[in-house]
Ligand binder design. Structure first.
Ligand code: NAP
Length: 247
């Protein structure tokens, strides 16, 4: 018996990294999965790994920053699974550069995926969750949204806004028993962070009290807690998963 038996979880950006780890964790605890990424075929690796848990898994191609795409995808998922109990807004991108050199296109791209995508998916699933009088939304922010970072103005702004958005969703939906929380990962080993130079990585390591980089599973464990009934009295909160970098 898993805590998510009979529940459906929608995870965006589930093809790899943190999104894949979240999908595996929720499935291991009993959830059926609606997996989203830009191209459904990129989700095959995740599906292969989820198969061991025996959960139902469907894949959807969707750009989280497209209102039309998100609406039609959520409608399809609601048809396929009848309901959505858990939404994890995980898809995210970086396009780093100092503000002086940051192009409007790079600003827009990051805000569109990281912030507008969270708004669009939340708006699309909330009607169903409000009707069923239950649901849990978990948004993947970042500690950069709490403390800022030189060279990441677009990313920091998007993640700070996701935190403010999450608190607002929590306030709007609490009366319908729908909770919304954010997770703020620190330095987690994925393709996104592997792109950083060895020098930057070593500098960051020196600032992590627990003395190691995080794993996607570290983040997935916190997401599973927030998504489940053990967090039934937790809403509008941000939990940093950063080895103590921010406290
Ligand atoms: P990742 O390895 O780059 O994975 C992100 C996934 O999202 C990829 O599969 C990506 O597809 C997908 N995606 C990107 N844009 C999309 C779009 N428009 N529509 C649908 N899917 C899209 O990143 P990650 O490190 O696992 O990060 C996951 C989340 O955690 C992000 O929100 C990130 O900001 C956050 N986070 C990560 C860290 C870290 O240290 N890694 C720290 C703090 C927060 P593609 O293959 O096309 O890129």
């Amino acid at each position: 018996m898993g805590q998510f038996d009979g529940k459906t979880a929608l995870v965006t950006g589930a093809a790899r990294g943190i999104g894949q780890a979240i999908a595996l964790k929720l499935a291991a605890e009993g959830a059926d999965l609606a997996l989203c990424d830009l191209k459904a075929e990129w989700l095959e690796e995740t599906v292969g790994k989820v198969k061991k848990s025996g959960r139902r898994t469907e894949c959807y191609s969707v750009d989280v920053s497209s209102a039309e795409g998100v609406d039609s995808t959520v409608k399809q998922i609601e048809k396929d699974f009848d309901k959505i109990d858990i939404l994890v807004n995980n898809a995210g991108i970086t396009k780093d550069g100092l503000i002086l050199r940051m192009s409007e296109a790079d600003w827009d791209a990051v805000l569109n995926v990281n912030l507008k995508g969270v708004f669009l998916f939340t708006k699309a699933v909330m009607r169903g969750m409000m009707k069923q009088r239950s649901g849990s939304i978990v948004n993947i922010a970042s500690i950069i949204g709490l403390i800022g970072n030189a060279g990441q103005a677009n990313y920091a702004a998007s993640k700070g806004a996701v935190i403010a958005f999450s608190k607002t969703v929590a306030k709007e939906l609490s009366s319908r028993n729908v909770r919304c929380n954010a997770v703020a990962p620190g330095f987690i080993r994925t393709k996104m962070t592997d792109a950083l130079s060895e020098e930057v990585q070593q500098k960051m390591l020196a600032n992590i009290p627990l003395g190691r980089f995080g794993t996607p599973e570290d983040v997935a464990n916190v997401v599973a807690f927030l998504a489940g009934d053990a967090a039934g009295y937790v809403t509008g909160q941000v939990i940093s998963t950063c080895g103590g970098m921010v406290m």
